[in-house]
Design a protein around this ligand. Structure first.
Ligand SMILES: [Zn+2]
Ligand SMILES: [Zn+2]
Length: 433
């Protein structure tokens, strides 16, 4: 796998063989045929697509920024005889079902879809290619978020962020020179998204403990190792360094692979992602575009680390049957969004947990939390990585920030530590302090 000679690297074959006969009982497979991360991949893109027998007629999806970043790609495709139909957006900052439908319709006349970009661009293409049954190649222009290799796509529909089953790209290609030249803000966002994995993995273990939710220790370990590597790399994130950029990209890809291996977003996202989705949806209600995915996730991650850390200080808990003021919950979502939320609570996820069970599992839950990196160390790493740490940096005001921690846990049918707070008679704000 052309790794351009940097340390580590991502060997798909080796990862797949390490997951054989997995103790979780599931067979782990992937739709991804090849992952190529190398310097100069842009000018070799045509040759690479030929080598892997990618269809010769392409719908190229990008926005003006990502296309400009991918210098050399168009010429290379031309040289290798690809017929390219371009769909270039002005500045794609949200991934909405309208764009998915557009790409799906446009792809009718081509053999495959080539997504040139990062976040929203890829989310749209992963879902559109699945719906249209077309081959997908992602050419990544920035290591800014975790969706490259995922088999689900977060897409807004009527302003609500849904996670749709989608398709993994057949080919995933990145040019380390382009990744390294990406804006610092995007690189720092990738760091923030990656740090969210710690919270996601803790939430996953807690759900496994309390409600017996499916859990794969090997996939969890892969994600954890990837997060550890990026945590240790904090000081080099914003450098224009191909090796560091490749490391972050591969870590983000690995977490996407983990989602694909388990057909579940648990390995890559927990309470912090849902908080970020909540902020995004509430802003969309007022037609406001949010900040970058990884940037928001990072801010939510730091806050979750603080909240979870404080929670673990409680040695003895007195769990109760939770008293949720559902009218208050639905009014926080508003009329339109609560349409999507109501069906998730019949029954609500905590009804599967008895107070006895929670009390019995508490020492183990505390151990899970204590394995998280310490909040202060994480905060320092965020500063080193140039990652946003405060709500002001992502244009979220105090009210929206608070609503996110209070009400986002109801946005999914999913158990997280944040969702457990009412049963623990704890208030996020007191813990956050
Ligand atoms: Zn497994
Ligand atoms: Zn993410």
């Amino acid at each position: 796998m052309g790794m351009g000679g940097h340390a580590g690297g991502l060997d798909l074959g080796q990862i797949l063989s390490s997951l054989q006969n997995c103790p979780c009982g599931r067979e782990h497979t992937t739709q991804i045929e090849q992952i190529i991360v190398e310097s100069g991949a842009a000018v070799r893109l045509g040759a690479l697509l030929c080598q892997f027998h990618f269809p010769k007629t392409l719908l190229l999806v990008a926005d003006k920024n990502t296309l400009a970043a991918a210098e050399g790609v168009l010429q290379s495709l031309d040289e290798w005889g690809f017929v390219v139909k371009p769909q270039i957006f002005d500045d794609l900052r949200t991934a909405d079902m309208r764009e998915v439908e557009l790409i799906e319709a446009l792809s009718a006349e081509v053999g495959g879809i080539l997504s040139v970009g990062s976040g929203s661009n890829n989310d749209i293409c992963r879902l559109a290619s699945a719906r249209a049954g077309k081959d997908l190649c992602i050419f990544a222009t920035a290591a800014s978020m975790d969706g490259f290799a995922s088999d689900a796509a977060p897409i807004t529909y009527n302003n609500f962020k849904h996670s749709y089953p989608a398709r993994q790209p057949r080919l995933l290609i990145a040019d380390t020179a382009i990744l390294a030249a990406a804006p610092k803000e995007l690189k720092s966002a990738g760091f923030g998204d990656m740090m969210g994995k710690y919270i996601g993995l803790a939430d996953w273990r807690v759900a496994h403990l309390l409600i017996g939710e499916y859990y794969c220790p090997r996939v969890a370990a892969l994600t954890k190792q990837a997060a550890d590597r990026i945590f240790a790399l904090a000081g080099r994130i914003t450098e224009q360094d191909e090796e560091a950029a490749a490391e972050v990209f591969e870590a983000l890809v690995l977490t996407g692979l983990g989602m694909g291996f388990t057909h579940n977003s648990r390995p890559a996202s927990g309470a912090e992602h849902v908080v970020s989705h909540f902020w995004e949806c509430k802003k969309l209600e007022h037609s406001l575009v949010s900040d970058f995915h990884g940037k928001k996730v990072g801010v939510a991650t730091l806050a979750c680390m603080k909240i979870y850390g404080r929670l673990a200080e409680t040695k003895e808990i007195l769990p109760v049957r939770e008293q949720i003021d559902w009218d208050e919950v639905y009014s926080a979502y508003g009329e339109v969004l609560s349409e999507a939320v109501r069906p998730l609570h019949d029954p609500t996820t905590t009804e599967k947990i008895t107070t006895e069970k929670l009390k019995e599992a508490w020492p183990e839950i505390r151990r899970v939390i204590k394995e998280l990196p310490p909040y202060e160390a994480m905060r320092a790493a965020f500063a080193q990585a140039g990652a946003a740490a405060e709500k002001e940096e992502i244009g979220v005001d105090a009210k929206l920030f608070a609503q996110g921690f209070r009400f986002s846990p109801f946005m999914r049918d999913r158990l997280t530590l944040l969702r457990l707070l009412p049963m623990l008679q704890k208030d996020w704000e007191e813990l956050y302090g």
